[in-house]
Structures are given as structure tokens and as C-alpha cells.
Design a protein around this ligand. Structure first.
Ligand code: FAD
Length: 419
């Protein structure tokens, strides 16, 4: 039997960042991972980092996260953040109005953002169709995080601060008595701690069930393609990322080719309980004849006419964790003291993880955070009718995932804020 101040279940970016921040403040931490480090959703991610959200506090979290990453880069001597800049494009009046509101909100908090006429977009992105665009905006400080390098950074700092990482150690029971957490059990034995963090990604709802709790997350499939370098359509390493919400697409450069991902209208749903105990997400293969791949190729071809089903490419698929409102669950539930959830990043866990780790460490060690966490509190659906059965939860998360890119954001400018 071993003990620590905090046990973290799951060594994806959420668990690793939380463990690192806790250890930086002197807490003793054990991370238990059912398989290999960073081999869940984290190992499949494209890593796109767009800082501007419709919500000012979420924007601030992402801006601050870059500072944490810059510090990690200094410590490890590795490039994690590739600051390519990013573009959002609009092909309808509604999307143009959305861009106008984002530009106004961004400027009101001192964020670097500009309108970009379609002619300028064409100059920046000669490999993209632009003749149908009504407007675009450009954020020069956006880019992408390299997930493997981010994992290495969290791991290095965590190890230096004494975090213990145990792989091939699935947690099979959460120990509790009298309304308080006491630790966890694995096949090898018990680990005792007064605080346990459920950072189990797509498995997070099953981990909650180990403590008889309900966590409204669901496991949703996601796809992107990566083209090989094409001399006729060169993609510079520092080419800006693109978001085309009307076509549900995002892109970024990758090794001379292009990653193009889709937030599909009807994504796959996964039942994590039915997957083998030794399920390895890196071995998931996308069926080339699936409807999701067909829709990805169709939408990609509409924006990049030189990419079609004959283009040399790989297709990556993996599992994300969605919530009913696409915001994560971070913190304790009212019915079990010491059990903290940190899951449900709805396609943004890589980029949210630097600040989320900091927030989790504050909640666990101080009982409160320097960030306004209302919108990500773990108990916001606690015992709410319509969110208690697995079928209801899955339906709501699935709807949110399917509508995620099509909803129009209404950003509100603020008089003062954080730059
Ligand atoms: C195809 C794809 C593309 C994506 N693109 C982006 C992107 O561009 N930008 C972005 O920010 N995000 C992206 N994401 C989302 C991102 O990958 C996730 O939000 C993020 O990795 C979540 O991290 P996590 O630590 O919560 O989960 P995970 O990385 O899944 O880690 C959870 C870990 O917990 C372990 N675990 C679970 N239960 C137990 C247990 N009982 N005992 C022990 N261990 C356990 C699992 O084995 C796993 O390693 C993408 C995801 C996919 C699938």
C-alpha cells in the first residue's frame, strides 16, 4: 500500500498537467494510468489552439495557457507551441456577423485580431478556395500545440518534482467511507490519498461510476485527414490554421502537408464499457468507406478542390469526450468529498490543459481558483432531471457534438478585461 496527498487517475494531458501543477506546489502525487502515458485521446489530437472564445473567461484561460507552455519550452528546450496564426472564414452573412462580433470582443480585451479581406486571405493561403468568402478574421498569436511534446514537458517537470507515474495500472475501485474519498484500488493493491482526481478522458464516466457517481460525459468519435507534401500545393510549416465553421472544418500545416478535421453532424458514439480492457486508441483505424470519412472528404474538397479521395493521405480517428454544453467538468461533486473530476474537454483538451492543470491544483490545494470557474464547475448538472441516465446523457452529448461547429457564437465586447 502506498499513499500520497493526491492520486490522479489517467495520464492524458489533463491528468499530467494537474499532477505537475500540484507537485510544483509541493504536494505528493501518484498518477495511475491503465495503459501508456499520453496514449488516450491525447495521442490522437491535432492540437489546434485558437484563443478567442465567445466567453471572455475561457479566452483568458487559453491566453494564460500559452505562458505556461512557454515556460515548459524553456525548461525542456523543446518547441511545443507553433505560432502559425489562424484564420476564421465566413461564407454567409450570419458567419460574417459572427466574425464581426468576435473581432469586437477580441479588441475589447486587447487580443490581437483583425478583419482580413478575401483578397488578403488568398495571398496568405494560395492553396485554399477563397472566391466564395464574404469575410475573414486573422489572429496572428494563435497556432497549434504539439501534443507529444506537451506530454513530454508535463512529464519532465512532474518527474523533477517527484510525481510517481504508474503505467498498466487500471483503477478498478474508488475507496471511500463516510462521504469521503480514501484512495483507489488497482489489481496490484491499494493507493491511499484523501484526494483523487478523475482525469480519465473518455473513460471518465465509468470512473465516476466506480464511486456510484454520475458524470454527464460521452465518448464521441472524431476524424481528420493528413495529406502528404504535394509540390503543386505546398503548405508552409508556418501557414495559418483555418476554421470554416460553415463546412465544419479546421486545418493546420503538418510536415509539408495539411491536416483537415471535421466536427461531423452525426459522429460515431462509443461505449467505453464494451471496449477491451487493454484497448489501445493508437490502433484505431478509420474505415475508408464510412459515412464520416465520406463527409470529411466532401467538405474538404469544397474548400480545397485539389484534395479528393485519390489524394495520398492518412486518415486518423480517435475518441473525444463531450459534455452536454461542450465545457469540461472541473472540481468536486457535493456527495463525495475529495473526488475531483477533470474531464469532458469536448475537442479542446490539449489547448485547455495548461490552465486547467493550474485551476485543478488551486481547487484541490486552496479550495478555490483565481479563475471564474462557474461555467466549468463539476456539479452544474448534479441530480438535474434529464441528465441522470446514460441514455439521456449520451443523447445530449451527441447532439452537442453534432451541432458544435454549426452554432453561431455571439461574442459580447467588454469595457475592460485581461489582455
Ligand atoms: C482525432 C482527435 C483530434 C483532436 N484534436 C484536438 C485539437 O486540435 N485540439 C485540442 O485541444 N484537442 C483536440 N482533441 C481533444 C483532445 O485530444 C482531448 O480533449 C484531450 O486529449 C483530453 O485529455 P484527457 O487527459 O482528458 O484524456 P485522455 O488523453 O484520453 O487521457 C485519459 C487517460 O486516462 C486513462 N484512464 C481512464 N480510466 C482509467 C482508469 N480507471 N485507471 C487508469 N487510467 C485510466 C486512459 O487510459 C487515458 O490515458 C482531439 C481529439 C481527437 C480524438
Amino acid at each position: 500500500m502506498q499513499s500520497a496527498d493526491v492520486i490522479v487517475i489517467g495520464a492524458g494531458v489533463a491528468g499530467l498537467s494537474t499532477a505537475m501543477q500540484l507537485a510544483l506546489r509541493g504536494a505528493s502525487v501518484i498518477v495511475l494510468e491503465r495503459e501508456r502515458i499520453g496514449n488516450g485521446s491525447t495521442g490522437r489530437a491535432a492540437g489546434l489552439l485558437g484563443q478567442l472564445r465567445g466567453n471572455v473567461e475561457h479566452t483568458r484561460m487559453l491566453i494564460d495557457g500559452i505562458e505556461i507552455v512557454r515556460q515548459l519550452e524553456k525548461t525542456t528546450g523543446t518547441e511545443i507551441f507553433v505560432q502559425t496564426g489562424s484564420l476564421r472564414v465566413a461564407e454567409t452573412p450570419e458567419r460574417a456577423a459572427e466574425i464581426a462580433s468576435l473581432v469586437a470582443m477580441g479588441k475589447s480585451i486587447g487580443f490581437d485580431i483583425e478583419h482580413l479581406p478575401a483578397s488578403e486571405v488568398a495571398k496568405k493561403l494560395p492553396y485554399m478556395r477563397t472566391d466564395d468568402l464574404l469575410d475573414a478574421c486573422y489572429c496572428p498569436t494563435d497556432g497549434h500545440l504539439q501534443p507529444a511534446e506537451l506530454v513530454s514537458g508535463y512529464l519532465k517537470v512532474g518527474k523533477d518534482c517527484g510525481v510517481q507515474y504508474k503505467t498498466n495500472s487500471p483503477v478498478i475501485e474508488i475507496l471511500h467511507a463516510g462521504g469521503r474519498v480514501q484512495g483507489v484500488r488497482t489489481a496490484e493493491g491499494e493507493y491511499h490519498a484523501p484526494k483523487v482526481v478523475n482525469a480519465g478522458g473518455p473513460w471518465s464516466y465509468l470512473n465516476a461510476e466506480l464511486a456510484n457517481a454520475t458524470l454527464p460525459t460521452a465518448a464521441i468519435g472524431h476524424y481528420y485527414l493528413t495529406t502528404r507534401p504535394d509540390p503543386n500545393h505546398p503548405v508552409d510549416r508556418m501557414s495559418p490554421a483555418i476554421r470554416d465553421r460553415e463546412l465544419r472544418l479546421y486545418t493546420r500545416p503538418e510536415s509539408g502537408g495539411l491536416i483537415v478535421g471535421i466536427y461531423d453532424a452525426e459522429p460515431d458514439q462509443h461505449n467505453m464499457r464494451k471496449l477491451p480492457v487493454d484497448f489501445d486508441m493508437s490502433r484505431m483505424k478509420a474505415a475508408r468507406d464510412s459515412i464520416q470519412v465520406a463527409r470529411l472528404l466532401e467538405a474538404t474538397n469544397a474548400r480545397f478542390p485539389w484534395i479528393d479521395e485519390r489524394t495520398p493521405m492518412t486518415i486518423t480517428t480517435g475518441i473525444m469526450t463531450f459534455t452536454p454544453d461542450a465545457r469540461p467538468f472541473c472540481g468536486e461533486m457535493p456527495d463525495l468529498e475529495g473526488l475531483y473530476h477533470c474531464a469532458g474537454f469536448s475537442g479542446h483538451g490539449i489547448v485547455q490543459s495548461p490552465t486547467i492543470g493550474l485551476i485543478m491544483s488551486q481547487l484541490i490545494l486552496d479550495g478555490q481558483s483565481s479563475y471564474d470557474c462557474e461555467s466549468i464547475e463539476a456539479d452544474r448538472y448534479f441530480e438535474l432531471p434529464g441528465y441522470m441516465t446514460r441514455a439521456d446523457i449520451e443523447r445530449r452529448c451527441f447532439e452537442m457534438a453534432g451541432n458544435y461547429y454549426t452554432k453561431i457564437e455571439k461574442a459580447t465586447p467588454v469595457a475592460t478585461g485581461h489582455a
